[in-house]
Write a protein that binds this ligand. Structure first.
Ligand SMILES: Cc1ncc(COP(=O)(O)O)c(C=O)c1O
Length: 498
């Protein structure tokens, strides 16, 4: 079986699995392979072509989705016989050529960890805040009130920059945190997610690079891939980006911005000290590069003293700050915001106009009413109390259950903490055992741009109550201990120092 493969797919050509699928499709449609003919096994073809078995499996999946082949367990894979009546519909389904960017994004999606587990498994993997804490009734009252007062006005298109009342209350809250914001300098977005996409589009075009922390929020990696941007990792050391590396990276002409989470980092749960923040800004200023500060969990501090954000310390307009209601309230309203300055605000508005004409006026207005009524602050008081209790339960359980050599971070806010396992265990390899033992976690590899194995893992306080947290950590500790007993010592890989 000879198939000419272009192996430069990694650098922008058609992915190899699609080339294999296209070859068989042409053979079938050209009549060289007929109904009932047998295709080579995945193993045979992978060996012949010198590719990974997963690549062949993906090609076969695609062909079977197109209805061209079918696999019969134990017998093999065959060209499909059209069902009665199907032959008369001789038209093959249209298969558009997707842009290389989208194709690469699909590869990114396929590599996402799929969290499947039976009911009752302790969910320590997800950062979706606990629905049992959502202030549903209070929010419904705010929604009813604004709709009866605003009527059809709120069901039209709103301003692209977002509801004026919500921008005003957000600006007030940002000012209280030291950020010089006004209603005019705040642009509402569909969560911090859209903030990330817009901020990247502000500063970079396909082919450019953006500095990111490693580990980092995994959807940023997707956002970069979707825009054809390269990620330049800056390692996290002791819970903060390595400034010596950042300094080297930011002066590079191809690196256009730095994306960072100085407060309640995802996945580490750490916050950087004031001196580090000042030094980081000095480096960005010297390199004349903007900083995208993701302050997505800004309102979730439950312990320790607040440290001024980068945006609050920024005297020069270097920082674009992203905020969100998703983690502190609920994600379903899809409301976040970008606080920026000067021309950047105009550029953001132009980008919003060119993409979605603005978010939902009714939801934004209801959120403004909810915040103004004091409902949001009352909710924050409840949530912070719950998170503090959950964090303490998790720290206690980690201290009493985990074997020697396991370390973890102690967040002062937010929804997550990081556990570093010993002996360079690959945390992704523990996931299946952990699910069997009754707990889910997020393996560290998915927070790395190159998806290399990681001995770290992220645990979440978002969804599980204290007793579940204890049960989950105990189950995880058992799995770790069993693995340590069984695991041969391997060379220590690059670890995240926590
Ligand atoms: C660091 C970080 N930024 C942004 C987001 C996206 O949140 P939103 O729902 O506001 O789009 C998340 C969600 O997990 C996150 O962890």
């Amino acid at each position: 079986m000879a198939i000419a493969l272009d192996r430069s797919a990694d650098t922008g050509g058609q992915p190899v699995y699609q080339q294999i699928a296209a070859h068989f499709r042409a053979e079938i449609e050209g009549g060289r392979l007929g109904a009932g003919d047998r295709l080579p096994t995945i193993r045979e073809l992978a060996r012949t072509l010198g590719v990974n078995r997963d690549t062949v499996a993906l090609a076969y999946d695609e062909l079977s989705r197109m209805g061209l082949i079918e696999a019969t367990v134990g017998r093999g894979t065959f060209v499909r016989r059209p069902a009665a009546g199907e032959a008369s519909r001789a038209l093959a389904p249209f298969e558009p050529v997707l842009s290389p960017l989208v194709d690469r994004l699909l590869d990114f999606e396929r590599a996402r960890v799929r969290y499947t587990a039976p009911a009752g498994t302790v969910p320590l993997h997800s950062l979706v805040p606990d629905p049992s804490l959502y202030p549903v009734d209070e929010f419904r009252r705010a929604l009813n009130r604004v709709l009866s007062e605003g009527g059809s006005e709120l069901l039209r298109y709103g301003p692209a920059q977002g509801d004026a009342a919500l921008r005003a209350v957000l600006a007030e809250r940002l000012c209280a945190s030291g950020v010089g914001a006004t209603a005019d300098s705040v642009t509402l977005t569909l969560g911090a997610s859209e903030g990330i996409v817009l901020a990247l589009r502000l500063f970079a075009v396909a082919g450019d690079a953006v500095a990111i922390e490693e580990p980092t929020y995994h959807n940023v990696l997707g956002a970069l891939a979707a825009q054809g941007l390269r990620a330049v990792p800056v390692p996290m050391r002791d819970g903060a980006p390595d400034l010596a590396v950042l300094e080297r990276v930011l002066v590079r002409a191809d690196v256009k911005a730095f994306y960072t989470m100085p407060t309640f980092h995802n996945p580490l749960g750490t916050s950087t000290p004031l001196a580090h923040r000042r030094a980081l800004l000095a480096i960005a200023a010297a390199a004349s590069k903007p900083v995208i500060e993701d302050a997505y969990e800004m309102d979730l501090r439950f312990a320790g003293k607040p440290v001024p954000s980068l945006a609050a310390l920024d005297g020069r307009g270097l920082v674009v700050q992203l905020v969100s209601f998703s983690k502190s309230l609920f994600p379903g309203a899809r409301v976040g915001a970008i606080a920026a300055h000067g021309r950047v605000v105009d550029a953001l508005l132009a980008l919003k106009h060119a993409s979605d004409l603005g978010g939902s006026p009714i939801l934004q207005a209801a959120l403004a009413a909810f915040v103004v009524s004091g409902g949001y602050d009352r909710h924050l008081t409840r949530v912070r109390r719950a998170l503090l209790q959950r964090r303490d339960a998790m720290l206690d359980a980690l201290a009493s259950e985990m074997p020697d050599g396991v370390r973890w971070t102690e967040p002062e806010g937010g929804l997550q903490l990081w556990v570093e396992l010993p002996e360079s265990l690959d945390s992704a390899e523990l996931l299946a055992d952990a699910v069997r033992a009754g707990v889910l976690f997020a393996p560290g590899s998915q927070f790395r741009n190159d998806r290399r194995p990681s001995s770290g893992l992220r645990l979440s306080l978002a969804l599980a109550a204290e007793d579940e947290i204890r049960r989950g950590v105990t189950a995880l500790a058992t799995v770790v201990r069993e693995r340590l007993r069984a695991a041969p010592l391997r060379a220590v890989d690059e670890r995240v120092s926590v």
